[in-house]
Design a protein. Structure first.
Length: 261
């Protein structure tokens, strides 16, 4: 089973190799498209998966550390495989416009994520410095503080009613300062920053309502181009690229016929 899986995955690499051969022998070249790149990554991930994970011993599965490593790799394989599947929806008009909008939103939100991360690190440092001792369950470390502040950003927050292990006066002071800083954090993050993100995404959505059709046509043109250029070649080199995986494995038998000296 691992052998057949390796062969089927290798046909994706073969498809890219035959495209390179085609470009070497013809004048009009086939440009490198996003689907070929995804196929290349998918093939390598699958080949490794079949030959490494497929031959894993029972002892490695029982070992929690080795099993966790294998699990992460399988997750990576699944993600790349689904990316290859969803990549073909870029040539379907209705889905392509939605996917293009989503991708544009993700890229345009990168700068906002940097701002939000910097803000959370700043507030996390403050809360850890002030409340790590009286409130260790929420602010005992920078990671705990970041998680607590992120929950508050999402609207899941509480005010401290008591501070254990502190004197009455000091405990009341920490409780008051924590309440004030929590209100400031929620006001900035939940009201300003989240609404700022909503405004960015709304603007991108409005822009892509107009440009989404153009993006779809560009994707469709790229997808057709990789076959149309080959079909226009008069010397028969098109046989190298027009057969999709895994059928292209039979290209080995026609290579002597299409590749002329």
């Amino acid at each position: 089973m691992n052998f057949y899986g390796t062969i089927f995955s290798a046909t994706l690499v073969l498809h890219l190799i035959t495209k390179i051969l085609f470009n070497f022998f013809v004048e009009v070249k086939i440009p490198l498209d996003k689907w070929s790149v995804i196929d290349l990554f998918c093939s390598f991930f699958n080949i490794i998966c079949f030959n490494v994970i497929g031959k894993t011993k029972a002892e490695s599965i029982i070992d929690p550390v080795k099993k966790a490593t294998l699990d992460y790799y399988v997750i990576a394989v699944v993600i790349v495989s689904w990316l290859r599947f969803f990549g073909y929806f870029l040539v379907v008009r209705s889905i392509s416009k939605l996917l293009s909008t989503l991708i544009k939103m993700l890229f345009d939100a990168v700068s906002f994520v940097l701002i939000m991360t910097s803000y959370l690190l700043l507030m996390g440092t403050m809360f850890t410095t002030l409340f790590s001792k009286p409130m260790p369950e929420a602010y005992g470390s920078i990671s705990l503080s970041l998680r607590t502040l992120y929950d508050a950003l999402m609207g899941t927050y509480t005010y401290v009613d008591a501070v254990d292990g502190m004197d009455v006066d000091v405990g009341d002071a920490y409780k008051l300062s924590n309440s004030i800083l929590t209100m400031v954090h929620v006001f900035i993050s939940n009201i300003f920053l989240l609404n700022f993100l909503v405004a960015i995404l709304s603007t991108v959505y409005e822009i892509m309502q107009e440009h989404g059709e153009f993006a779809f046509k560009c994707n469709k043109y790229e997808f057709i181009e990789k076959y149309s250029i080959a079909m226009l070649d008069p010397n028969g080199y098109s046989e190298l690229v027009i057969h999709p995986p895994p059928i292209n494995v039979f290209s080995f038998f026609i290579l002597p016929c299409v590749v002329k000296p």
